[in-house]
Structures are given as structure tokens and as C-alpha cells.
Design a binder for this molecule. Structure first.
Ligand SMILES: [Zn+2]
Length: 69
């Protein structure tokens, strides 16, 4: 019997952040817990301050290869 695994709330490498791109300046906005957001949500852009409405399906996974400027 292996009763050692008690409260393992972290299941593997679940996505903890998602990104949407600002509709105004196109910079990526981090969204915490993408699994928790509603279908439609609004987040303020950290860069220009514009608060846009985004949809859950617009969320992108965190992808370092995507950060080219
Ligand atoms: Zn912006």
C-alpha cells in the first residue's frame, strides 16, 4: 500500500498562465489560472492600460519561443 500521496494538488505541469495579446498594442497580457476564467473576460493591458474583452479560446499557452521582438 502506498499511502504516501496525500494532498498532491499540483497535477503535473498544468497550465498556470495563459496569454492574450492586447487588442490595442498587441503586447502579451498574462492571465493567471486560464482554467478559471469565464468564457468572456476582461484584463487590463500591463503596457498600455487598455482593458479589452477577450475570450477564453483566445488564450495562448505560455510559449517562450513566441517572444521575439
Ligand atoms: Zn496594450
Amino acid at each position: 500500500m502506498f499511502a504516501g500521496q496525500q494532498n498532491q494538488f499540483r497535477k503535473g505541469a498544468d497550465q498556470e498562465r495563459g496569454f492574450v495579446s492586447c487588442e490595442k498594442c498587441n503586447s502579451p497580457i498574462a492571465v493567471q489560472r486560464p482554467n478559471n476564467v469565464s468564457i468572456e473576460f476582461s484584463v487590463p493591458c500591463t503596457k498600455c492600460g487598455h482593458r479589452g474583452i477577450y475570450f477564453k479560446r483566445m488564450l495562448m499557452a505560455e510559449n517562450p519561443a513566441n517572444r521575439r521582438r
